[in-house]
Design a protein. Structure first.
Length: 158
């Protein structure tokens, strides 16, 4: 999921550093693999605050250059983007509702919902077919089945 990241060049009043055309001189995944960097724009115009939008799927390390008109102490900004931060932000979606089958299983709320369904669901073992079936809580919704085998030495599932 893309996110907006901010960069400010210089120190003090950021408006003193408006009108720059910053670029990434380094934008690497894992510190070595170059990745196509996003563009950097001033938002809002004349503010001296710059932003870029990116959805990291790998750890990204970057160096942004504000331009040769700046002193070295004001010119460069370094940082990293962590895909885990993007994952941590996805708590749920607009359709997520605990107790509803519409809950997205890829979100934290969806994961909690699926665990609750499993923990409170019904399980049936059929001795003649060796099939273990697990149903959702309070319903006939089949969550999964497993075929169990049993020998004198061990038990296993497939």
């Amino acid at each position: 999921m893309p996110k907006t990241y901010e960069l400010i060049f210089g120190s003090g009043n950021s408006a003193n550093f408006s009108g720059l055309s910053p670029t990434f001189t380094i934008f690497n995944a894992g510190a070595t693999l170059p990745v196509t960097p996003p563009s950097i724009t001033e938002l809002p115009a004349g503010s001296g605050m710059y932003a870029f939008v990116y959805g990291p799927t790998l750890p990204i390390f970057f160096k942004a250059d504000g331009g040769s008109s700046l002193a070295d102490s004001d010119r460069f900004r370094y940082g990293s983007l962590d895909p885990i931060q993007s994952t941590d932000e996805k708590i749920g979606t607009l359709t997520d509702s605990i107790g509803s089958t519409l809950t997205d299983p890829s979100t934290l709320m969806g994961f909690a919902m699926r665990n609750q369904e499993f923990d409170q669901g019904n399980a049936v073992y059929n001795k003649s077919t060796n099939v273990w079936s697990v149903y959702g809580r309070g319903s006939s919704t089949l969550l999964f089945t497993k075929t169990l085998t049993n020998t004198a030495a061990s038990s296993s599932k497939s």
